[in-house]
Each structure stands twice: as structure tokens, then as C-alpha cells.
Design a protein around this ligand. Structure first.
Ligand SMILES: C[S@@+](CC[C@H](N)C(=O)[O-])C[C@H]1O[C@@H](n2cnc3c(N)ncnc32)[C@H](O)[C@@H]1O
Length: 291
């Protein structure tokens, strides 16, 4: 079978299984098996795919048809231009979280130039998962020190591996922690950022199978109203914030009014709420008026 025929058959199968962007998915899986950039397939449409590769791609297409996420099948995801390892032990980093990373590194970069942040700024990433935010911030801000916290030891293992793969493990302190419980009390961070679990428990069953059945429940479930971890974060973050510091959190679509009220009730001032790629308010940036 040729490259083109494998793609066409794969795309047809994935269409029947209700998978979104079936052709792109089939191409990505074949490119992964052939160890080629996906676009290079277009130069090889007439090439025969060998029997071993054909068997491997068939297996992956079938698994994709059973709604395993593409990223779990290929083992990596691109986040802010970095290749990160993924696994079923941590949330697959999402494109909208790149916006949180960018807001974080722009702020941290400005802090790095300030005399009071010497020898370098400090940031806390609460619920680090794959480490996508901590690793990106460490790379973008070479003088920064980070504390990456997560309740899940398996997620922390993945985050450590991603930090090591990108040469920033020596500047990130990984800690198993329920919210801020394991963060040393003398930490004063210029930036506390978090993409906490924020899906209301009752909505999880209605999510796409790729998310519902393959992202860890701990990474999704924000309790009855979705704001359980956020509430703990709003209560605990102030004690770890340096003067002039910022809190930046990703929230779910439609949660901005409730999150704004919750933060203000805890003494935070909302600087702004930034939109995601669809224009929905998703990144809340706040500070303490007294700092
Ligand atoms: C939505 S995921 C975000 C992962 C990663 N930061 C990202 O943006 O892709 C939320 C993370 O918070 C962690 N988590 C959930 N409850 C927690 C808690 N009480 N304390 C610390 N981490 C928690 C989960 O294990 C998960 O890794």
C-alpha cells in the first residue's frame, strides 16, 4: 500500500469512528511511524509502506478510533514551540494554556530586570502536570527559579523528565503538595500561576472520550462548582507572593464572574481577564492591593 493509500484508508476509518480532523490524524500517525515530519509525506505519496510499518500504523489508527488521544499515541505534544513528553499520568497541555505561559513569561521577564528581584525572580506553578508551564517559564527566563507543585507523584515524575530533557531541572524545585501545603513558608514569588482543575464534577461525563477517559480525573475535577482548587489557591497564594507580585490563573469558559468575585472576596484586585483564541475570558491576572 502506498503512503497516500494508507492516509486515505486511515482517514476514512477515523471519519467512521467520529474522530475530528481525521485526515490530519491519519497523516500524523503515519508520519510518527515513518519518523518523518508530517509535511514530508506529501513528497512521498507514491512510496510503498513496508509491512512492519503498515502493521504499526494500523494498530495506532485503531487505537485512535477507540478515541485514545493522538498525543498519547505519539508520546509528545508541542507547547510554546517545545516538544514535551506526555503520558496518561498528566493532562495533555492545551493550546489555550500557551496564553497563560506567555502572560507569565512576559511578566517574569520584566521582574528579572528589577533590582528587587535579584539574583532572579521566583515563580510558583501550582498543579504543574506535565511541567509545561514551569519548563517554558524556566527556558524563557534564564535567571528565574521555580517551584512546581502537584498532588500527583506520577505527574511530577513526568514534569521532572520534561525539565531534564530541556536542561532546566536545576532551577525547578518539584514538590508533591496539596495546593501550597509543601511549599516552604519563606518562599516569596513574583509570580504564582496555575491551570487548576476547573471542570464541575457533574460535567465530566459529558466531555469528549479523549478527555473524559484519558486525562487524569485529578487534572479535570474541580469539585461541585469547578472552583474547589481555585478557592484554596485564592486563600493560600497571598502568603507566598512578593511585593508587586501577580497571580495568574486559567479558568473555564463562563467562570470569569464567579472567579472574579471569589478572588475579590479574598482581597485580590483583578488587573485584567485575557481572552482565549475564541475570545472567551480565560486568564485571570490579579494582585494584592497592599503589595
Ligand atoms: C488542569 S491540570 C494542569 C496541568 C498543567 N499545568 C497544564 O497546564 O497542562 C491540573 C493539575 O493540578 C493537579 N492538582 C489537582 N488537585 C491538586 C491539589 N489539591 N494540589 C496540587 N495539585 C493539584 C493535577 O494533578 C493536575 O496535574
Amino acid at each position: 500500500m502506498t503512503v497516500l493509500e494508507v492516509i486515505q484508508r486511515g482517514a476514512k476509518y477515523l471519519t467512521e469512528k467520529g474522530v475530528e480532523s481525521p485526515r490530519l490524524q491519519a497523516e500524523s500517525l503515519l508520519a510518527h511511524v515513518l519518523r518523518l515530519p508530517r509535511l514530508n509525506l506529501y513528497l512521498r505519496f507514491d512510496r510503498e509502506v513496508g509491512a512492519a510499518d503498515l502493521g504499526r500504523v494500523r494498530e495506532l489508527v485503531q487505537r485512535r478510533g477507540r478515541r485514545e488521544p493522538l498525543q498519547h499515541l505519539v508520546g509528545t505534544v508541542s507547547f510554546c514551540g517545545l516538544e514535551l513528553h506526555v503520558s496518561p499520568n498528566a493532562l495533555i497541555p492545551r493550546p489555550e494554556t500557551e496564553l497563560l505561559a506567555e502572560a507569565g513569561w512576559l511578566f517574569l521577564g520584566r521582574q528579572a530586570a528589577s533590582p528587587r528581584s535579584q539574583p532572579g525572580p521566583v515563580a510558583v506553578d501550582l498543579g504543574t502536570g506535565s511541567g509545561c508551564l514551569a519548563v517554558t517559564l524556566a527556558l524563557k527566563c534564564p535567571t528565574a527559579t521555580l517551584h512546581a507543585l502537584d498532588l500527583s507523584p506520577a505527574a511530577l515524575e513526568l514534569a521532572r523528565a520534561n525539565a531534564a530533557a530541556h536542561g532546566v531541572a536545576d532551577r525547578i524545585h518539584f514538590r508533591q503538595s496539596d495546593v501550597f501545603a509543601a511549599l516552604p513558608p519563606d518562599v516569596r514569588a513574583e509570580l504564582i500561576l496555575s491551570n487548576p482543575p476547573y471542570i464541575p464534577t457533574a460535567e465530566i461525563d459529558a466531555l469528549e472520550p479523549e478527555v473524559r477517559d484519558h486525562d487524569p480525573r485529578l487534572a479535570l475535577d474541580g469539585g461541585p462548582d469547578g472552583l474547589g482548587v481555585l478557592r484554596a489557591l485564592a486563600a493560600g497564594a497571598a502568603g507566598f507572593l512578593a511585593p508587586g507580585g501577580r497571580l495568574m490563573v486559567e479558568i473555564g469558559d463562563g467562570q470569569a464572574p464567579a472567579v472574579g468575585a471569589l478572588l475579590e472576596a479574598r482581597g485580590w484586585h483583578i488587573d485584567r481577564v485575557e481572552p482565549d483564541y475564541n475570545g472567551h475570558p480565560r486568564i485571570v491576572i490579579a494582585h494584592r492591593p497592599e503589595s
